[in-house]
Design a binder for this molecule. Structure first.
Ligand code: AVI
Length: 325
């Protein structure tokens, strides 16, 4: 039997106002862009889950293999955590596997799931509650707000923060460093971070991962416009935007864009914004930075973490790093 899942929510009106302000700000930048965190409404989260099943998207399978093979060590070996905080809960499968394989029977553990998507939180909470007698608290919040909430309720317990799935890759280098420093500040002696990072691989493999033949990734990308139409009263015409994936070797990142297939005007009511997009003009919707294992260690050291231990999957596609403070 599982302990009940507790839930904390953001004010929906505030969330829409922030979304509108971000859309207005980022769509008027040059190049035009949209923050990738808005890809994850209910349909976006479901499409992302489907991406994780695609044979061309190796991140999830590689990370799951590492979790299955090393669950106890990843949790801390003899120094198991009392409290586990996952930033970006996804569908909860990885966490459920980690806990069911790595946590000894009867060992108490409290789990906090932080995600902006209520749908993802619901799925993750039930996946985790089903495998172990743990207390699960869900927080519909950004990572930053989740960390702040975590700090305000700090006790003497040993904390393990999970940041899996190469979510760190969706930050630019400055943002990644700031964010890892922020996690480090929230942690104390005995605490640790478990970080999943996708590794640099040949360009053809990366392009297939971000522009798959079934066009699930294209749907995931274009769904952002569906969401803006619905939530912000906009009139994007979906068929007039095509998905584009690019590998940028200088910046070591895969990029997703939406390309306007002709000159067009768009109205976004709640953002009080009228746009004219030219033929071929791009809206940059996501960056996915790829690392080398030693770069991850260097970055974590630079951000104040010590005692890094790494697990790399066999073909060298993905690395899990456990960094203690
Ligand atoms: C969530 N994140 C790490 C994924 C990535 O690979 O950057 C999101 C994604 N974008 C396209 N496919 C998957």
């Amino acid at each position: 039997m599982s302990a009940p899942a507790l839930r904390e929510r953001r004010d929906p009106r505030e969330a829409v106002a922030t979304f509108a302000a971000d859309v207005r700000y980022y769509l008027t930048q040059q190049p035009r862009q949209l923050p990738s965190r808005y890809l994850y409404d209910a349909l976006g989260s479901a499409l992302f889950d489907a991406i994780c099943e695609l044979p061309w998207y190796p991140i999830t399978r590689a990370e799951m293999r590492l979790i299955r093979g090393h669950a106890r060590d990843l949790l801390g070996g003899a120094e198991l955590p009392d409290r586990l905080v996952e930033l970006g809960a996804g569908n909860g499968t990885k966490l459920a596997t980690l806990v069911s394989l790595g946590l000894p029977d009867g060992r108490p553990l409290s789990i906090e799931l932080v995600d902006v998507s209520p749908a993802a939180l619901r799925t993750a909470a039930s996946a985790v509650s089903a495998v172990a007698r743990v207390q699960v608290l869900t927080r519909e919040a950004t990572y930053e707000d989740g960390l702040e909430l975590m700090e305000t309720r700090r006790g003497k317990e040993r904390v393990l923060v999970l940041f899996l799935g190469s979510n760190i890759g969706n930050f630019d280098p400055v943002g990644a460093e700031q964010f890892l420093r922020r996690i480090r500040r929230a942690l104390g002696p005995g605490d640790a971070l478990l970080l999943g990072t996708d590794l640099v691989k040949p360009e053809a493999e990366l392009l297939l991962a971000y522009d798959d033949p079934l066009q699930v990734t294209a749907a995931f990308n274009r769904n952002l416009l569906v969401r803006i139409n619905r939530e912000l009263d906009a009139n994007f015409e979906l068929e007039r935007f095509r998905h584009l994936a690019v590998w940028n070797p200088d910046a070591s990142r895969a990029e997703m864009h939406l390309v306007s297939t002709g000159r067009q005007r768009v109205h976004i009511g709640r953002a009080a914004l009228n746009l004219t997009l030219l033929e071929g003009e791009r809206i940059w919707t996501e960056s996915s930075y790829k690392y080398r294992p030693e770069e991850v260690r260097r970055l974590l050291w630079h951000c104040g973490f010590r005692e890094c231990r790494q697990w790399i999957d066999e073909p060298g596609r993905f690395v899990l790093t456990r960094a203690a403070v």
